[in-house]
Design a protein. Structure first.
Length: 434
């Protein structure tokens, strides 16, 4: 009997989404945010606004994913709403920036945290983890689904334990979290907008369930529930865990530091606690890499399936595993991993991903203008408020990043140019190619 092509239920879909979101960004980006934002209220507001942005985006993607229940995410949405070329660019960004770059960042962070626990170099730890997790997902769909659910459950449990420990911490840092005049003023500064890109990157997995829509059971019902439930859970966790960091460590000690979680645990428990927390976060990052490999390989498979010159890579095994796409994604990830450039890659990835998701949300409004949803179809919650809020906040953030971080913005534009060249070369000579 052939395997069920739609074997992902609500629990696995939520697990994929949560693990795509929780990981590198929340445990590493606070150290870069405190360089320009200094009040507790503004720092937590970053994560609250990021959660609002993700919830608005999830509402829009729920309608898009239910209307176009094929694996591929933006590749499918932009291709059907605009044209195949724009769809390919969206998929190209997802394949290279949306998954390969975050997997590489998670690998870099994993290696640094693991090196604090066992005698191994960070690069060796990074390469080993990504290779092992890719191997698990290449083995079978059943093993990949079970692994994802177990690791996600462990991730949420470990984060909750850390939050409880911070609540019980007897020597809190004297940082005010109230909305003072100075704190409110920080919300409209250019540095706050740039910091919001780090936060958007941390939330960037909110659309992950849409990448495996073709394998979700009853996607019209399951996909909106998974997007809403997963995003809400992560928003609460993010605000609480950053409150825990700020409550236990002075801002000056975490400025430009990647291993914020380990620093916080060391302050609470001592050096042993720091090593234990490093191991815990390394486990969390395994879940992040796992979810991104699972979702990202499906995007890669969907993209190369439509390219005449690369269709052999899109072949799926008899048990439904896109092994060649997983290998291609692994190669892209290793290429980015060896650069070991953390903060610039995070800014570049956040900017480029925000640009593509903004295009998809705008596409929902274009789609609604062309034709209203059929009776009984899934509709975006709060439409048209949710897409407008997303577009305004996202557009405001992107404008400030272009002004404040021009190199990362140019790198994002260059990624689109490279994608356009790949599209032209891969489709050369095919019928109907433009």
């Amino acid at each position: 009997m052939a395997p069920d092509p739609r074997g992902i239920g609500l629990a696995t879909a939520v697990a994929i989404l949560v693990s795509n979101m929780v990981g590198t960004g929340v445990f590493t980006s606070l150290g870069f945010q405190v360089g320009g934002t200094h009040t507790g209220f503004a720092l937590l507001a970053l994560w609250g606004i990021g959660g609002l942005l993700a919830l608005c985006g999830a509402a829009c993607y729920a309608e898009l994913g239910a209307a176009m229940p094929r694996s591929g995410g933006e590749y499918i949405y932009l291709g059907e709403i605009y044209n195949p070329f724009v769809g390919f660019l969206g998929g190209w960004v997802s394949m290279t920036v949306g998954f390969a770059a975050p997997i590489a960042l998670a690998g870099i962070a994993f290696g640094r945290y693991l090196a604090a626990v066992v005698p191994i170099t960070p690069l060796e730890g990074s390469l080993a983890a990504i290779a092992v997790v890719s191997g698990v997902h290449a083995s079978s769909l059943k093993a990949a689904r079970r692994f994802q659910v177990v690791v996600t459950a462990a991730t949420v449990a470990l984060i909750l334990v850390f939050i409880v420990a911070a609540i019980r911490y007897p020597h809190p840092v004297p940082l005010a979290f109230g909305p003072s005049r100075a704190a409110v003023a920080e919300l409209v500064t250019p540095t706050f907008a740039v910091s919001l890109i780090y936060v958007s990157y941390a939330y960037s997995g909110w659309n992950a369930a849409g990448y495996v829509a073709g394998e979700i059971r009853d996607p019209a019902r399951t996909l909106p529930r998974a997007l809403g439930l997963g995003t809400a859970v992560v928003t609460v966790l993010y605000v609480l865990v950053n409150w825990a960091f700020l409550r236990t460590v002075p801002i000056a000690q975490i400025a430009n530091v990647v291993e914020v979680g380990a620093v916080s645990a060391t302050a609470m428990i001592g050096p042993i606690g720091g090593r234990v927390m490093s191991g815990v976060i390394a486990t969390v990052l395994v879940g992040t890499m796992s979810a991104m490999i699972l979702a990202g390989s499906r995007v890669t498979q969907a993209i190369v399936a439509d390219l005449p010159a690369a269709r052999r890579v899109a072949q799926v095994s008899r048990d439904g595993v896109p092994r060649r796409a997983i290998i291609l994604q692994l190669a892209l990830t290793i290429g980015l991993l060896v650069t070991n450039a953390f903060e610039p890659v995070m800014t570049y990835a956040g900017f480029t991903l925000e640009l593509v998701t903004l295009l998809a949300v705008a596409g929902l409004m274009i789609r609604r203008h062309r034709a209203p949803p059929a009776p009984g179809a899934v509709r975006a919650w709060g439409y048209p408020v949710t897409p407008v809020v997303y577009a305004l906040i996202s557009g405001w953030t992107l404008c400030f990043v272009i002004a404040q971080r021009p190199l990362e913005s140019v790198a994002g534009a260059a990624t689109l140019v490279v994608g356009a060249l790949v599209y032209v070369v891969a489709n050369r000579g095919s019928p109907g190619a433009r």
